[in-house]
Structures are given as C-alpha cells and as structure tokens.
Design a binder for this molecule. Structure first.
Ligand code: SF4
Ligand code: SF4
Length: 56
C-alpha cells in the first residue's frame, strides 16, 4: 500500500524533495502522494516534522 499524508500536514514541502520517484506534490491545503507512483520507501515520513505521511 502507498503512503498517505494526513491532515496534520503543514505544507512545509520538505517531503517533496526527498521522494525518489517524485510522487509528492502540493495539493489543496496539504501535500499529497500519488498512490500509483509511491514505492513505499518511507523517506517522506522520515523528514516530516509532524509525521504526517504514514503507510496505510
Ligand atoms: Fe515517495 Fe517514498 Fe514517500 Fe512513497 S514513501 S511518497 S516513494 S518518499
Ligand atoms: Fe506536509 Fe510533512 Fe510533507 Fe511538510 S514534510 S509537506 S508537513 S507531509
């Protein structure tokens, strides 16, 4: 399953640059992960200050 970003996201943008497959983009009020692109590496969760990305 792909990672998803919760509503806790602060839209800081830190995770976008860390994603090796560019699956993260700025959405409406928070950043979002494209489920078909995500390879579940966990890098986004590692850099997020509020632990918004998680594996579901
Ligand atoms: Fe990108 Fe990895 Fe996060 Fe998936 S888990 S969105 S591949 S950084
Ligand atoms: Fe949102 Fe966390 Fe990504 Fe920042 S690093 S944009 S708070 S998910």
């Amino acid at each position: 399953m792909a990672y998803i970003i919760s509503d806790d996201c602060l839209s800081c943008g830190a995770c976008e640059a860390e994603c090796p497959v560019s699956a993260i983009s700025e959405g409406d009020g928070k950043y979002v992960i494209d489920a078909d692109t995500c390879v579940e590496c966990g890098a986004c969760a590692g850099v997020c200050p509020v632990s918004a990305p998680s594996a579901e």
